[in-house]
Design a binder for this molecule. Sequence first.
Ligand code: NAI
Ligand code: 15L
Length: 266
Amino acid sequence: MTPKRVLLTGAAGLLGGVLRRSLGGQFQLRLADIVPLEATGEGEESIICDLADAAAVEAMCEDVDAIIHLGGIPYETGWPELLRSNIIGTINLYEGARRAGVDRVLFASSNHATGMHPNDRALSGESPPRPDSRYGLTKAIGEDVAALYAYKHGIRSFCLRIGSCLPKPDNKRALSTWLSQADFVRLVQVGLTADYVHEIVYGVSRNTRSWWDNSAAFRLGYQPQDDAEIYAAEVGAIELKTELARNYQGGNFVPEEFSGRKEWLD
Ligand code: NAI
Ligand code: 15L
């Protein structure tokens, strides 16, 4: 079933804005965020909703076919905030989707769910999590919440381990991790229409230096068009500062608060 009515959480954020601009007109969009936002486009409506409020989330999920779940904290911070917005928020979202009979959920996971893997290792969506931060762990947990609701409750779940979704790469690491905004939209279109049960894919463009085997996404129809390599001359010399950041997939998240043993990481 191709969805018509789509709920977009985190709609006031950076990636929410990208999707709003490109999906508006194709779908009836319900825009939701904890901060106010105005519905201006045709077929748009807006809702203020804190993802930690289970009853409000349940109401927000009614009468939609699909949910794109971008809402949450996108950086490293303390447990109370991450627990509330990212873990409780994602559980509430899936539970609301189940109660409302929603067909599919696209979950914005992150490369930081696997950030402690060395970057000379090609990972796929089947590679096990190795979170580089509390934030990365919230994304790994979100992928498991997605699996519970897919296999136990029949909600199609598409988890995007997004790399670096920026207008253009800003350093050498991003030549591997970059997801252009246009390719992000292409991947979301796949998530909204393809046939899958519980799929984990990487949100990455067709970068020459990509660390990720994204064949599962290609099988489902993802055809990325952009390659960060065209920016290599501009940003290829901009290296991350520490050895840990340069050698492990999570970049700067890896050395932050690191108190582990380097020899365990390979
Ligand atoms: P953003 O911070 O611009 O947007 C997130 C939105 O979530 C904000 O508008 C915020 O108000 C909302 N939010 C936070 N806590 C909330 C709560 N308790 N209830 C309701 N709404 C809440 O972040 P961005 O960059 O747009 O990222 C979107 C998603 O994609 C995030 O989940 C992030 O972790 C993920 N992601 C983004 C990447 C990127 O390169 N931008 C890379 C990897 C993952
Ligand atoms: C993420 O998950 C963050 O939300 C984003 O701000 C970037 O840090 C990105 O990953 C990245 O790894 O570049």
